[in-house]
Ligand binder design. Structure first.
Ligand code: DAH
Length: 341
């Protein structure tokens, strides 16, 4: 029996030593120390020993069990350490390899043009306002002299939220004039860029959502000459000193007199081409002297104060600035296109 125990001890220690994985060790634990294991089998024979032999043999058996357990423990720790070592090696990061540059976006050309425009107006003492795209019909139309029945209020052109035409997606940034008059102290110099909405089909020059930049000045003794001077200065700063403009008479309900301002076509230089539809000129904005009634509705005395206003089409401004000839390119946001500016 003594010999059996010595054999088990020697074999087991050797096997533990050679185990390659912790699963092997588990199997060996069962083989030697398990309920049906070899050591247990030997202990079962203890009954056959005489009373004198038993204590010594029992002690020896316990020593063997303790030795096996401690050897198993050591072997398992060794395997764990090796596995960790292996993993660290496999997952090692080489910090000397140059990093991969993350792909970053590009500023949109329309916003580049808007920022340039803002800079110019801020330099002239204007404040930049932001306003709601969901607007009251009252501010978008009534307070701007477009009475009920005015063609611009038509359901075929305007996105209303209710039957009573009280709330709508603003069709122009002009209601920002009214918001400024209602909330700011005179004199006022503001621009208000933002999105506007009309029921238009998408084509090379139309979109149901587009951007405008509203502008307004109210002060004492302000005239149409100031309007022309200011707009000419801004347009030349944006497009170059030699840029030609044209002020054409027009009609808007909230200005009197009113005009539209064109710039000479950048494609043909004024001769006439497909981009300017043979005109030689491209329409850029509407403008005019604020109608006295619009001032009155805001509680401003038109005998004391006068003002002018304008509304740029921002897409057109950017298209002229960067020589882009299809409006859809502005909205597609293809990075290959955007990266060119
Ligand atoms: N709101 C006009 C439009 O959408 C543009 C406009 C014209 C704005 C004249 C103005 C202005 O401020 O004075 O067609």
């Amino acid at each position: 029996m003594k010999e059996q125990l010595a054999n088990i001890r020697a074999q087991a220690l050797e096997a533990f030593e050679q185990a390659k994985a912790s699963a092997d060790l588990d199997a060996l634990r069962v083989k030697y120390l398990g309920k049906k294991g070899e050591l247990t089998a030997v202990l079962k024979q203890m009954g056959r020993l005489s009373a004198e032999e038993r204590p010594a043999m029992g002690q020896l058996a316990n020593e063997v069990r303790a030795a096996l357990e401690s050897a198993l423990d050591t072997a398992s720790k060794k395997l764990e350490a090796a596995a960790l070592e292996h993993r660290l090696e496999a997952e090692a990061v080489d910090v000397t390899i140059p990093g991969r540059a993350p792909a970053i976006g590009h500023r949109h050309p329309m916003y580049i043009a808007l920022d340039e425009m803002k800079e110019i107006f801020i330099g002239m003492g204007f404040t930049v306002l932001d306003g709601p795209e969901i607007e009251l019909g009252e501010l978008n139309f009534d307070r701007l002299n477009a009475e009920p029945g005015h063609p611009s209020r038509d359901w075929s052109d305007t996105f209303y939220f209710d039957q009573d035409e009280k709330v709508m997606l603003r069709s122009q940034t002009s209601p920002m004039q009214v918001r400024a008059m209602d909330t700011m102290k005179l004199p006022i110099r503001i621009i208000a860029p933002g999105r506007v909405y009309r029921k238009d089909e998408v084509d090379a020059t139309h979109s149901p959502m587009f951007h405008q930049v509203e502008g307004m000045v109210i002060d004492k003794g302000v005239t149409m000459a100031d309007l022309k001077g200011t707009l000419n200065t801004v347009i030349k700063k944006m497009y170059g000193e030699s840029t030609q403009t044209r002020f054409r008479p027009h009609h808007f309900p909230f200005t009197e007199p009113s005009c539209e301002v064109d710039v000479q076509c950048h494609k043909c230089g004024g001769v006439g081409c497909p981009t300017c539809k043979g005109e030689g000129w491209i329409e850029l904005l509407g403008a005019g002297m604020i109608h006295p009634h619009v001032l009155e509705m805001a509680g401003i005395d038109p005998e004391v104060w006068s003002g002018w206003a304008f509304g740029f089409g921002l897409e057109r401004t950017a298209m002229r600035r960067f020589k882009i000839d299809d409006l859809r390119l502005i909205f597609e946001n293809d990075v290959r296109f955007l990266e060119q500016f």
